[in-house]
Design a protein around this ligand. Structure first.
Ligand code: NAD
Ligand code: TYD
Length: 340
């Protein structure tokens, strides 16, 4: 298969690109704007492989999208491109609206124009999130649950999902949506809970826990989510939504304490800080529909976390340029705390 992977220089997109290229023999063209979160370092082990190419450009730029499509001649477009950090969406929602609303629209228009030109017809897959359903105290969200996003991040992701569905209903674009729960694993930018806590613990920096730390997240390894996306692309029914949730849930404070154990840091580094405004208490996804397509998650949280800590320990080349760059200013602004 020939794939155009938008946002493929980020954490999950590059995991997906690696899997498709190395394990499935697909041809992969990545289109990515290279925001602070997009990095060519994420291609380090496959950049030179035949069948891989990279184009720098934004999904909201119709010329960049047309150029990438002309180069890739894709059978499918998979859209990971997004602004992905809830805290940044609270501080500066602008880019979230542009990328999720306008960017998704530009991609859908290009896909609509191309529909039916590929060998099996062009497919479109939108990568989405459990956050579109909002918070749930008990039980799990299914694909039928109402959409109740609460942050500018999740609201704009929801808007993008609705636009994708409208292109299926109105124009017959064979589009599917795959909604993942909280991902973790190698190559995740250290603004997110797990890599932030790992790197801070390794450096002896404070571990900033929001509110009471009892918020619960449903953790999925990025490799498992990438496989779910591949499964939905191959077997999903056009127009449908598929949830892909991880096998384990964990309150934040327990995640932090496990990281402390795995890194040998001091528990006194934990610092309870002001809660995130509008903080969702718990996410939980039911994945029965994608399991019925033959997918199931392979990595349990405990073993995946241990491997992830080991990866960050062994790959300072990957995070050192981040931690010594603009990230420091972001961190100071966000937490009012310094980094060593
Ligand atoms: P990430 O922030 O690591 O990567 C996002 C990538 O998109 C970066 O490479 C960035 O440069 C690129 N990008 C941003 N705006 C762009 C634009 N306008 N045009 C082209 N490229 C652009 O994010 P991630 O964690 O890999 O998430 C990927 C997708 O998965 C997102 O759509 C996100 O909503 C979804 N998702 C993430 C999680 C999670 O826990 N990380 C969970 C469920 C769903
Ligand atoms: P995050 O990784 O930002 O993902 P999301 O908000 O999309 O779930 O945060 C995961 C959880 O960890 C969330 O409940 C917020 C919390 N959190 C902290 O307590 N401290 C932090 O420094 C960060 C980044 C997150």
């Amino acid at each position: 298969m020939r794939l155009l992977v938008c946002g493929g220089a980020g954490f999950i997109g590059s995991t997906f690109a690696r899997q498709r290229l190395l394990e499935h023999g697909d041809e992969v063209t990545v289109l990515d704007k290279l925001t602070y979160a997009g990095r060519e370092e994420n291609f380090h082990d496959f950049a030179e492989r035949p069948g891989f190419s990279f184009q720098r450009g934004a999904i909201e730029d119709p010329d960049a999208v047309a150029g990438a499509i002309a180069a890739a001649e894709p059978d499918a477009i998979v859209n990971f491109a997004a602004e992905t950090h809830v805290d940044r969406s609270i501080a500066e929602p602008d880019a979230f609206v542009r990328t999720h609303a306008l960017g998704t629209y530009v991609l859908l228009e290009a896909a609509r124009t191309l529909k039916g030109t590929g060998e099996h017809g062009l497919r479109y897959l939108q990568v989405s999130t459990d956050e579109v359903y909002g918070s749930i105290e008990q039980g799990t969200f299914t694909e039928e649950s109402p959409l109740r996003p609460s942050s500018p991040y999740s609201a704009t992701k929801t808007g993008a999902d609705l636009l994708v569905q409208s292109y299926f209903h109105t124009y017959g674009l064979p589009a599917v949506i795959c909604r993942g729960s909280n991902n973790f694993g190698p190559y995740q930018y250290p603004e997110k809970l797990i890599p932030l806590m790992i790197l801070n613990a390794l450096h002896g920096d404070r571990l900033p826990v929001y509110g009471d730390g009892m918020q619960v997240r449903n953790w999925i390894h990025a490799g498992d989510f990438a496989r779910a996306i591949g499964h939905v692309l191959a077997h999903g029914v056009p127009g449908e939504v598929y949830n892909a949730g991880g096998p384990d849930e964990c309150p934040n404070i327990e995640v932090v304490k496990r990281i402390i154990e795995l890194t040998g840091a001091e528990e006194s580094l934990i610092e309870y800080v002001t809660d995130r405004p509008g903080h969702d208490r718990r996410y939980s996804l039911s994945s029965e529909k994608v399991r019925a397509l033959g997918w199931s998650p392979q990595v349990r949280f405990a073993e995946g976390l241990e491997e992830t800590v080991a990866w960050y320990r062994e790959n300072a080349w990957w995070w050192e340029p981040i931690r010594s760059g603009d990230y420091r200013e972001y961190y100071q602004r966000q937490y009012g705390l310094g980094l060593s």
